[in-house]
Design a protein around this ligand. Structure first.
Ligand SMILES: O=P(O)(O)OC[C@@H](O)[C@@H](O)c1c[nH]c2ccccc12
Length: 264
C-alpha cells in the first residue's frame, strides 16, 4: 500500500459521508445556479509565467505549514499578485483543507480556481463545479485509464479545465492520450513523497505539442521558476513557499514576471 493508496482510502470514506448528505441528483440540480467556469489557459500563454498559487495548511510530507485562519485573505493576496489560478486544497485529513475553503474563496476572487484534491469519482467532479471551481486536478497515478478518461470528459463537459498530473514516463504517455490542456509534472512522487527536481526536465520533452506545462512542488523562489521555464514550463504550482513567506502577493508577482523581461 503506497502513501497515495492510503490517502485515497481516507478520501473515499469522507466522500461517502458527503454523498449521504447531498445526493448526486441534488448536486446536479445545484449546477444550474453556478456561474460558468472561467478559462485559465490565457494566463499560461505568456507573457510571463502562469502561477498557480496554493492555499495549503499542511501536507503528509511536511506536516504543519501554516494555520491560514483566513483563506480568503490569502487568496486575495494571490489575486493581487497576479496569480493565473488559485489552488485550494480541499482534502481534509492530510492537508487540512475543505470544500468550505473553496466556496469562501470563490465568493471573494475572480481568478480561476483549482479544486486540489484526490478526485477519483464523478461525484467529486460535480462537487467541484457546484462549489465554483473552474479547474480540477486529475492525478494519473490514482486512476485507471477508463476512470481517467471518464472524469476528464465529465469535467470538460461541465466547461472546466483539467490539470492532469504525472510524475513519470508511463503516466505521461497515459496522459498524452487525453485531449490535454494543462499537464502538471509533479516533482514529488506521491507514492514515496520524495521530491526529484529533475523530473520536469525528463518528462517535458514527452508531452504532446499544444499542452501547456506546469511544474509542481518544491519551488522555492524565482530561481526555480527561471530554471523550469528554461526547461519549457508555461506555469508553476507553488504552495509551501507562498504560505510560509511573509509577502504572498509580492512572491507571486515576482514569479509571474519570469519571462517578461521585466526587471525585478
Ligand atoms: O508546497 P509545494 O511543494 O509548493 O507543492 C505544491 C503542490 O505542487 C503540491 O501541493 C501538490 C502537487 N500535487 C498534489 C496532489 C495532491 C496534493 C498536493 C499536491
Amino acid at each position: 500500500m503506497t502513501v497515495l493508496d492510503d490517502i485515497v482510502a481516507g478520501v473515499r470514506e469522507d466522500l461517502a459521508e458527503r454523498e449521504a448528505l447531498v445526493p448526486l441528483a441534488e448536486l446536479r440540480a445545484r449546477l444550474g445556479d453556478v456561474a460558468p467556469a472561467l478559462d485559465p489557459l490565457p494566463g499560461f500563454r505568456g507573457p510571463g509565467t502562469g502561477v498557480i498559487a496554493e492555499v495549503k495548511r499542511r501536507s503528509p510530507s511536511k506536516g504543519h505549514l501554516a494555520d491560514i485562519p483566513d483563506p480568503v485573505a490569502l487568496a486575495q493576496q494571490y489575486a493581487a499578485g497576479g496569480a493565473a489560478a488559485i489552488s485550494v486544497l480541499t482534502e481534509q485529513r492530510r492537508f487540512g483543507g475543505s470544500l468550505g475553503d473553496l466556496v469562501a474563496v470563490r465568493a471573494a476572487v475572480d481568478v480561476p480556481l483549482l479544486r486540489k484534491d484526490f478526485v477519483v469519482t464523478d461525484y467529486q467532479v460535480l462537487e467541484a463545479r457546484a462549489a465554483g471551481a473552474d479547474l480540477v486536478l486529475l492525478i494519473v497515478a490514482a486512476l485507471d485509464d477508463p476512470t481517467l478518461h471518464r472524469l476528464h470528459d465529465l469535467a470538460r463537459d461541465l466547461g472546466m479545465t483539467v490539470l492532469v498530473e504525472v510524475h513519470d514516463e508511463a503516466e505521461t504517455e497515459r496522459a498524452a492520450a487525453l485531449d490535454l490542456q494543462l499537464l502538471g509534472v509533479n516533482a514529488r512522487d506521491l507514492k514515496t513523497l520524495e521530491v526529484h527536481a529533475d523530473t520536469f526536465g525528463r518528462l517535458a520533452p514527452l508531452a504532446p505539442a499544444g499542452a501547456l506545462l506546469v511544474a509542481e512542488s518544491g519551488i522555492g523562489g524565482v530561481a526555480d521558476v527561471e530554471r523550469y521555464t528554461g526547461e519549457g514550463a508555461h506555469g508553476v504550482l507553488v504552495g509551501e513557499t507562498l504560505v510560509k513567506g511573509g509577502d504572498p502577493a509580492g512572491a507571486v508577482r515576482a514569479m509571474a514576471a519570469v519571462g517578461t523581461g521585466a526587471a525585478r
